[in-house]
Design a protein around this ligand. Structure first.
Ligand code: NAD
Length: 267
């Protein structure tokens, strides 16, 4: 049995993760933590998700949670995730990271921690998006720059980062297919008199509204034809199931920074 702790257990994903860990054979819920001052602190993890009390109290000390579990799952916020990665390395606890919107220094903290413990990081833990990433790279490699690549995403009104981590991962996959760096070809937004579209650009469009869990579309637009690859998430359960699957995979694994390609053995 693998003991799993949830960082950010009071959030939208945190709550979905509690239910998924409780329903997954081989997984045991070890505890949960929230940011200091969060209203859920001191409450019971079971009651938090509308189930019977479990006798597990929401804490605010990640080190205390790491001492209780073999793997922690973190869907919180970029600065918190960077601190959690450093603390996980100190306590020899594997970490699964779903937080998006990380900057270079936060990503560097994760890479450093991955020298000490196993870390699985993915902008999207669904099986469908893991396959969509592989397909995007393949199609971008085959079609070449005669086809313009545009990435469209829509999320719920509460999302705080844009473009989504998944949209950026799709952009990196498309850039990898073309053997270029996304940073050099990305156009993350357009406004005003932009001029004609430069060849080779990878464009992004961001929509926000309602309770949309996550829609992504990669459009390859050529002369006379258009190819679209898309994914719609209907329920946060798909991310939670993928993250818990990754946690079971990471338990007892050697240090390293892994992705869903490794977990799902997609080559
Ligand atoms: P949310 O705001 O509902 O939840 C985040 C939770 O983290 C909150 O409860 C907040 O209090 C808590 N938190 C913040 N700082 C903390 C700290 N220092 N210690 C412990 N808890 C802390 O957001 P959400 O919709 O659950 O999304 C969380 C993150 O996960 C976002 O970055 C989002 O983009 C990402 N996400 C990733 C995937 C994926 O598959 N990788 C899927 C959905 C969401």
């Amino acid at each position: 049995m693998t003991r799993i702790g949830i960082l950010g257990c009071g959030g939208r994903m945190g709550r979905a993760l509690i239910g998924t860990v409780l329903a997954t054979p081989g997984a045991v819920l070890a505890g949960g933590a929230e940011r200091p001052g969060a209203p859920d602190i001191g409450g019971d993890l079971g009651l938090l998700v509308g189930q019977d009390a479990l006798g597990l109290v929401v804490g605010d000390d990640p080190a205390a949670l790491f001492a209780q579990c073999q793997v922690a799952i973190d869907f919180t916020a970029p600065a918190a995730t960077a601190r959690h990665a450093a603390a996980a390395a100190l306590s020899d606890t594997a970490l699964v990271i779903g937080t998006t919107g990380l900057g270079p220094s936060e990503q560097a903290a994760i890479a450093a921690a991955a020298g000490r413990v196993a870390i699985v990081q993915a902008a999207n833990f669904s099986l469908g998006v893991s396959l969509l990433l592989a397909l995007t790279e393949l199609v971008a490699a085959r079609l070449g720059s005669a086809f313009d690549i545009e990435i469209l995403e829509m999320h719920h009104r509460h999302k705080v980062d844009a473009p989504s981590g998944t949209a950026l991962a799709l952009g990196r996959a498309a850039a990898a297919g073309r053997r270029v760096s996304l940073a050099q070809v990305a156009r993350r937004s357009r406004d005003g008199l932009t001029g004609p579209r430069p060849t080779g650009e990878i464009g992004f469009a961001t929509l926000r509204g309602g309770d949309v869990v996550g829609d992504h579309q990669v459009i390859f637009a050529g002369d006379g034809e258009r190819l679209s690859l898309g994914h719609q998430a209907g329920d946060r359960g798909i991310f939670a199931r993928g993250a818990v699957h990754a946690a079971l995979w990471a338990a007892g694994r050697g240090p390293g920074l892994y992705g869903m390609t490794d977990v799902l053995d997609l080559g």
